[in-house]
Write a protein that binds this ligand. Structure first.
Ligand code: ATP
Length: 513
């Protein structure tokens, strides 16, 4: 646990030190759970967004984009169920005065059982060596089965109690499991209460005539209310999708995990409109497709897992999360939800407008079903950033900090370094920067010894360093150094563009899907 916490702390401080993420309004001591993206962070974030957008919109003929407003007519949120049901169950610890989400306390307890299972697997793998069969072990080992059964029973009971709004039983469950306040160790809990997460604001010039509005808590509703506009003007045929990225706002009760849970964050959502009855097939399709997108980034298959929901939201008939191994354990990164016709029907009812599709093949109109994929851009940023940050022991006994970002996402693709600040080397290096900057984000760095500059670029996540030395003046070749292998090669300046392109092009990365 201490190791995990240390790792997380080093992620947060590295993000600040290298210009990725700053606390918002830091000079005023910050604002809780609100963050700013700095000069490198904004590039990484933009690249992740683009990687998603390309895979979703550009690569799929039947998916189009949208950028709907953050403010929406207030009835939207009545129809969507957010006014009545968008709340989290919260519980306070009477001694530490800290507030928690009751469901998260219980899920964390179950998470600890998962960690115990992982430990059993590690022990057994050591004991049995090459003959170890992990799948068989997970299916047959009595201790593992016991942990699994216990975890499932807890989640099931919690799901049922939340479904029935039986908050007294949620509290009873916390007490029966002996869950203590993670900060104080106290088990002195208040009752569980529901808390609505939407931020309210007002539109209008005077207090009397002002209209109550909400900052959108998800981008999805902007897609639903535009369903017919897009379908008609884009002549879209079912099945088709609408994708959008944008800010969402939630007054999160517990927001202590850096950019994992923020009050202002960005979502990347896609709503896929389908024929009723085909939802299972599309649910499977999108679960598969989204996992492949994640795996294409090469961050390790073991770091992902699906978690099927026990408690379904009021709109869903099936839902799963893609969970990622963050520094604080496996947590939700993306949701895939089969939303039925709940949203479009609700908007039909509240607006009095038909939101239907006329199916020429079947010669009838229907309200489409919806399959949603919804990922937090900031959470994806944290997944990429935390997984990439590594401390490496080198052969010569020294260590280096390296940010092994997937090169397709790295803010700077190459740094161009003159070996010394004289003899015409800076001029040649500047010329290379001028040539490459049309195609890639590149930087120029001449300060300090070249070894220190390599380390700085490693920590910054730059995949390539290109060094101009005295030989360059003779033969127009440079040394190109690879961040991950630290391998250095002599190449002609004229080949730089194709070498970098090969490694960082979105096409090459997306082809791995
Ligand atoms: P959680 O259970 O962690 O609160 P959720 O199930 O409420 O998340 P969804 O409503 O399904 O999340 O939102 C879709 C995605 O948006 C999530 O998978 C997550 O990546 C992202 N997300 C949700 N809330 C936040 C937040 N407060 N900060 C950052 N990202 C968020």
């Amino acid at each position: 646990m201490a190791k995990q916490e240390d790792k997380f702390k080093s992620v947060i401080s590295h993000a600040k030190e290298y210009g990725y993420v700053f606390q918002s309004s830091e000079i005023y001591d910050g604002l809780s759970a609100v963050y700013d993206y700095a000069q490198n962070g904004v590039e990484l974030k933009k690249n992740i967004r683009e990687y998603w957008w390309k895979a979703m919109v550009q690569m799929n003929e039947n998916i189009v984009g949208l950028d709907s407003a953050i403010f929406m007519h207030p009835t939207t949120w009545k129809a969507s169920g957010h006014v009545d049901a968008f709340s989290d169950p919260l519980i306070d610890n009477k001694d530490s005065k800290k507030r928690y989400r009751a469901d998260v306390l219980i899920e964390d307890y179950v998470g600890k059982l998962d960690t115990k299972i992982e430990k059993e697997v590690k022990k057994a793998a050591k004991r049995f060596g090459d003959s170890f069969d992990k799948t068989q072990f997970l299916e047959t080992n009595p201790r593992v089965l016991g942990y699994k059964e216990k975890g499932n029973a807890i989640l099931k009971r919690m799901g049922q109690s939340l479904e029935k709004e039986d908050l007294a039983d949620v509290k009873a469950l916390i007490e029966e499991l002996g869950i203590a306040c993670p900060l104080s160790g106290s088990k002195n809990w208040t009752d569980v209460k529901q808390f609505n997460l939407m931020f309210g604001t007002k539109l209008g010039a005077s207090a009397e005539s002002a209209m109550d509005l909400y900052l959108r808590p998800e981008t999805a509703q902007g897609i639903f209310v535009n369903f017919l506009n897009v379908q008609k003007t884009g002549r879209m045929k079912i099945p088709f999708g609408i994708a959008q990225t944008g800010k969402a706002f939630r007054n999160e009760i517990v927001a202590r995990q850096f950019i994992f849970r923020m009050r202002e964050f960005e979502q990347m959502e896609m709503q896929f409109f389908i024929k009723p009855g085909t939802q299972q097939e599309w649910y499977k399709h999108w679960k598969d497709a989204r996992l492949k997108w994640h795996l294409s980034l090469g961050m390790g298959e073991d770091n992902y897992r699906f978690h099927d929901h026990e408690k379904l939201a009021h709109y869903a008939d099936a839902a799963a999360d893609i969970e990622f191994r963050f520094p604080f354990g496996f947590k939700e990164l993306e949701g895939i939800h089969s939303r039925t016709d709940f949203d479009l029907k609700a908007h039909e009812e509240h607006s009095g407008k038909k939101l239907q599709f006329f199916d020429h093949e079947e010669n009838k109109s229907y309200v489409p079903y919806v399959l949603e994929t919804s990922i937090g851009l900031d959470r994806m940023f944290l997944a990429v950033f935390s997984n990439s940050l590594q401390e490496e022991e080198l052969e010569n006994g020294t260590a280096r900090t390296v940010l092994k970002l997937p090169s397709v996402l790295a803010p700077t693709k190459a740094a161009i370094l003159p070996l010394v600040k004289k003899d015409g080397l800076p001029e040649v290096a500047r010329k290379i920067v001028e040539d490459l900057k049309w195609d890639f984000a590149v930087s120029y760095d001449e300060k300090d010894a070249v070894g220190r500059r390599y380390r700085r670029q490693d920590a910054n996540g730059t995949p390539f360093c290109i060094t101009v030395d005295h030989d360059t003046l003779e033969d127009n070749s440079v040394t190109i150094r690879h961040r991950d292998t630290m391998e250095q090669k002599r190449v002609p300046i004229s080949e730089l563009k194709s070498i970098i392109e090969e490694e960082v092009s979105m096409k090459n990365w997306l082809l791995r899907m």
